[in-house]
Design a binder for this molecule. Sequence first.
Ligand code: GUN
Length: 297
Amino acid sequence: MTHIIDGKEISQNLRDKLKKDISGLKNKYNAVPGLAVVQVGNVAASSVYVKAKTKSAHEVGIEIIDHHLDESTSQDQLLELINTLNNQDNVNSILVQLPLPKHMNEQTILDSIHPDKDADGFHPFNVGKLSIASHNDENLLIPCTPYGCLLMLKGLKIDLVGKNAVVIGRSNIVGKPMAQLLIKESCTVTVAHSKTKNLPDVCRNADILVAAAGRPEMIKGDWVKEGAIVIDVGINRIATQRDGKTKTKLVGDVDYNEAKKLASAITPVPGGVGPMTIACLLRNTAIAFKNSKNFFH
Ligand code: GUN
């Protein structure tokens, strides 16, 4: 029987633990972690994510410092706001929702966030720290989606050492940090991407297949090795026909129904990786708070 990995349940367990943890921090320090959420413009998907992040943060006892800026905000104005937040005591971590408007350079903005307040773990300092880290990641700020994927793998209670892991996608947000995390677990890691030759065969070699290509259902069932673990990071909205009407539905990067027949464990879309990302963002905020209090020393 294929195990369907329940991201909602794992995310809820993590958030329950964080809520207790934050309540303990409040007693100890008479303060709660603060997360600044910055949205520029009104991209519909960003508004949905920001709303979900705000709701989850409140539920675990994190204070949200909300900044919703107009689409026409200049890059310098945004940099000024980030500078203010970098120096604001009740702000422990800063999340700038991507994508930013075209007239801004995303990397310049991400680089301007103080590395100690880097809610996403996207700052080059934290990217470097993750690549150097060999053990004990309890105080690292790690990109949220790949860390969520790792927690799902760890939840399966299987030995990851020496497993062939194939990550499809080489983005800074998912593919590259996912590869770093799997190396840290002593997997043998291949990063495949749009230029990879013979991708189906590369995938067939995977004990662990992480799909973060951003293309709906591109990973076919017969690319999956029997018994493999499949983690599907994709969230794609596609049009379907039902009762003669055109509707839309969410699908992953994997052909779920076919892959499920071969995988030993697989994440669904929705309800798989998605809910983990927010839980890991809240975790990073709690870590940034603890680091500001020298909690780990
Ligand atoms: N936009 C889509 N995913 C993310 C994410 O993980 N972090 C940020 N800051 N923006 C996003």
